[in-house]
Design a protein around this ligand. Structure first.
Ligand SMILES: [Zn+2]
Length: 181
């Protein structure tokens, strides 16, 4: 459930059957999250919020409503762009270098650009739409190479290098960007 608050913007409220008290945290997009026991009434949720308002402001890095809205908009736009681009680029590079993957998934995790799972699903972060094409391709090649090597062994890096000889430079430059939206 989403609670609208003039000060905190959207508040994500989760009713948790296992919890016996109220917990506050921050979502990856900077929204306030409340975990409350299952049968907590809206009245009590609001009262709890108001009693803790000062403490929350002091201790949690919550984005103001305007920043939250801007971020939501940006995420929507990047998702739209990513859907039209990343699965096709992945397919193109896979064909070019002779890889078979099963599925492409788009993510918006804050910490990683991509991943490759043992069931041959490749996940790519929508934040890749914000980095230069060469770095984007490096991430895709990196994940494709994981189809053959599920580690970062010498053989893995040799395979990456065979498709992207300047991968070291690309890897370093990528560190200047953050995957989070
Ligand atoms: Zn890796």
């Amino acid at each position: 459930m989403i609670l609208k608050d003039p000060e905190f913007g959207d508040i994500i409220v989760r009713k948790n059957p296992l919890s016996s008290n109220v917990r506050f945290s921050v979502s990856t997009s900077g929204k306030l999250q409340m975990s409350v026991p299952k049968y907590t009434s809206n009245f009590l949720i609001k009262r709890f919020l108001n009693t803790n308002r000062a403490q929350i402001k002091k201790s949690l890095p919550i984005n103001d409503p305007k920043t939250q809205r801007a971020r939501d908009e940006k995420k929507k736009l990047l998702t739209k762009q990513a859907k039209k681009y990343l699965p096709y680029r992945l397919e193109f590079l896979a064909k070019l270098y002779g890889y078979n993957f099963d599925k492409c998934r788009l993510t918006h995790a804050n910490t990683r650009w991509g991943s490759c799972s043992s069931n041959r699903t490749i996940s790519l972060n929508i934040g890749l739409m914000q980095v230069p094409e060469r770095l984007r391709d490096y991430v895709i090649i990196h994940e494709l190479a994981h189809l053959n090597h599920m580690d970062h062994s010498k053989e893995f890096w040799e395979e990456v290098a065979s498709h992207d000889p300047r991968y070291k430079e690309h890897r370093k430059r990528l560190k200047m960007f953050s995957p989070g939206v």
